[in-house]
Write a protein that binds this ligand. Sequence first.
Ligand code: PLP
Length: 444
Amino acid sequence: MTRLLHRAIRGTMPVAIGGAGITLNDADGKSYIDASGGAAVSCLGHGHPDVIAALHRQADRLAYAHTGFFTSEPAEALAERLIEDAPPGISHVYLVSGGSEAVEAALKMARQYFVEKGEPQRRHIIARRQSYHGNTLGALAAGGNELRRAQFKPLLIETHHIDPCYAYRLQKPGESDQAYAARAAQQLEDKIIELGPDQVIAFVAETVVGATAGAVPPVADYLARIRSICDRYGILLILDEVMCGMGRTGTLHACTQDGVAPDLMTLAKGLGAGYQPIGAVLLSQHIFDAFAGGSGFFQHGHTYMGHPMAAAAALAVQDVIRRDNLLANVAAIGAELDRRLQERFADHRHVGDIRGRGLFRGLELVADRATKQTFNPALKLHARVKQAAMAHGLMVYAMGGTIDGRHGDHVLLAPPFIVTRADIEVIVERLGAAIDDAIASIPA
Ligand code: PLP
């Protein structure tokens, strides 16, 4: 009998006992290729000796010192590193313990920013259907995945949702990317005008939508248009790169590829690569100045923020990525992964879309390619794919959801940055077998 709630509800699960490189092993001696990095976390794979050595060194020196009393060397060094590589305008870092905490902190920063500026009436957050921003109450309110939100409504913050930029389902036949980008971004301007521009705090979006949609990148020009709408109305742009950031798409920050810099950015997952729980908010100079010139304090805090062990792990992870030039591998092997996925699934009758950037790739599964009709959600095809993949010794992140999370199935691949061409071949082969097994398991 298990006393762990999530397992008591889910039932049998393998017991993970070890891992090396891109592989995880269970207590029964079975091994799994980690083609999803867990939940797009393990970007260096498992058991990386340099990160483990850094953790040992830090544990020997200092495990914990509360940020109310002390700063620490690894936290300072990590903040320096993150600023060195940050998008233009970003000046400071706030370290927390994960993605939801980062999103909460960013939302509160945005709110306090306007309070400091003498605009406390601003209270609306605009976000997008489909997105996932975390499971704490504020982050859940910002998220647009109805499956996760429904039981907790009414949520605590006033959020308003517009459509995602989701070319596969929302771009019209014959519509150019430019025209679609303009139409999709226009929804933000319309919503701001409807709510009253002086009532809105921020727009929050994942640069590339991850967990709840399967690596949906924006079309060219969309984010640039979003940026200029935010600027026109004096609204903050928060980009959530918890999943798609820290190199996953081939550049350290996904938004670099769109030529856009946010006012606030959230990071987690790949930042610490799973060796420690860590998240961060990157904030721009004008937000820092509002705090510094106002109350002098960001009214927030967590017991484990800036944790020395977590910061040491993240710094070691980032050092390895830089030293081994792994972002070049993400770009090159990511292109190879895309090529192999196209080769294997472009004509598959139940794969409607293949998308993504770098080593962040998604497949959308459909009952009918011509109509893009989703499978009946009661069939839980995504869960069948995940289970079949595990049987084939492959971890993939398979989830339900298209526009609002109620229907649709997709599979997300986010393998470690150290993955090779040969690994990609095995991953695609096992994924193909898993999808076919899952579909075959559907009752006639
Ligand atoms: N934001 C995004 C884009 C995410 O994908 C996630 C987690 O999947 C979160 C926030 C929440 O992060 P965490 O699970 O670390 O709280």
